[in-house]
Design a protein around this ligand. Structure first.
Ligand code: DHB
Length: 390
């Protein structure tokens, strides 16, 4: 009898403990943030982490009565690692949202997990068009390469550039950039005699640039992922290609704000198309840049930081709207259709495609107050991803 009571008590306590834990869990909202914090894409991780933490410092960590917890994991930009970390975050940590994803293969590796577990997956960096089609739970706050590349393919032929060699990193976003630049540029009467591709891992640009020098096009169109731009610029300068009259154009990934100021004079005059410049002249951006730099000495926010910052906003707003009730489906529904002012300008999360709609700017590298900046000189408003197949 005595023994039974003890057992009952123990069971009751265990139950109480469990429900206490469940209650604590219920009051926590977990964001599993998977980023490349080390390895070749580490600057992407560093920028997005800094921006996510800035968002939380500015907006608090309590939303709709829930304590927001950011769980940061380093996937070293290896997709198998991304997948394993996402699995652990969903199964063991029971995260409410998966976010981050520095490169396309990492985002694609996790898409099936998002679908199976009905967990919204907020893509803050990766930019291949098709990612949003890999799962109905994907929402993107970064950008797409077709958005940026088409704008450049329209600008170039109107500015004396008729003959262009393309040079892209050989994976999703590079292939998108190449295809959309080339088809639009040719439609506009331009010629692309050669389309060169370099590997993602440890690229050596030298032999490709030598080939471009021999071909002597009006311009070289470049896409490389964030972090690789400085190497391209350096070798472009070393081969005297600018002096030989070959212009460098591209999507803004190559004049990445994270590295731009250290690229030297070879970068001056380079024209790119992109959705974000740290030099964007709006009150919202000036505040963002100032507070980012205050919190992260010596760092200038780049387009990755803005993808992370806006991603946090989309998550916070969805949590607010749902009042902290409902699961992944409710959160996802509340993410769709959001409209807000980002440091990049106006942003809209298209409810049909779950992709970001924003302005694409044409920018030229200029020296302002002794620093190199992407200075915007034209804008194409509210650009939807031209790459969508449905
Ligand atoms: C991707 C990565 C980048 O660093 C970038 O600038 C654009 C796209 C990607 O892997 O999707």
């Amino acid at each position: 009898m005595h023994k039974r009571t003890l057992l009952q008590t123990a069971a009751a306590l265990a139950l109480l403990g469990a429900s206490g834990l469940a209650m604590a869990q219920d009051n926590v909202f977990k964001i599993g943030l998977i980023l490349p914090m080390t390895g070749q894409q580490a600057t992407t991780g560093r920028q997005i982490e800094a921006a996510a933490r800035l968002w939380m410092a500015q907006n608090g960590d309590t939303v709709a009565g829930k304590k927001v917890q950011l769980i940061l994991k380093d996937d070293t930009s290896v997709p198998d690692v991304t997948r394993r970390l996402a699995q652990e975050l969903v199964v063991n940590e029971k995260v409410n949202v998966l976010a981050g994803f520095g490169i396309t293969p990492s985002a694609l590796a996790v898409a099936p997990i998002a679908t199976q577990s009905k967990t919204p997956l907020v893509v803050m960096a990766a930019a291949t068009s098709s990612i949003t089609e890999a799962s109905p739970y994907v929402v993107r706050t970064s950008f797409t390469l077709p958005q940026a590349a088409v704008a450049m393919a329209d600008w170039a032929p109107r500015n004396g550039i008729k003959n262009v060699v393309t040079l892209v990193t050989d994976y999703g976003p590079g292939l998108d950039a190449e295809r959309f630049f080339k088809s639009r540029f040719e439609f506009n009467g331009g010629k692309v005699p050669e389309a060169l591709r370099v590997p993602l891992r440890n690229p050596d640009f030298a032999p490709f640039l030598q080939k471009v020098r021999d071909l002597k096009p009006d311009a070289l169109f470049v896409f490389v992922p964030s972090g690789a731009g400085a190497a391209v610029m350096k070798q472009f300068g070393e081969r005297g290609m600018d002096k030989a009259g070959i212009r460098l154009i591209g999507t803004g990934d190559v004049t990445d704000d994270d590295q731009l100021n250290d690229m030297g004079d070879v970068a001056l005059g380079v024209v790119t198309s992109h959705h974000y410049s740290a030099y964007h002249q709006s009150a919202a951006n000036k505040k963002f840049v100032a507070e980012f730099q205050k919190a992260n000495k010596g760092m200038r926010p780049n387009f990755m930081a803005v993808g992370g910052y806006d991603g946090m906003r989309v998550i916070y707003e969805a949590l607010k709207k749902t009042g902290g009730k409902g699961g992944g489906d409710a959160l996802l529904a509340a993410m769709k259709g959001q409209i807000f002012e980002s440091p990049r300008g106006p942003v809209f999360i298209d409810a049909q495609t779950r992709d970001v709609v924003h302005n694409i700017y044409l920018r030229k590298v200029e020296k302002k107050d002794g620093q190199l900046h992407n200075v915007e000189f034209d804008v194409i408003k509210d650009v939807k991803d031209p790459g969508k197949t449905k």
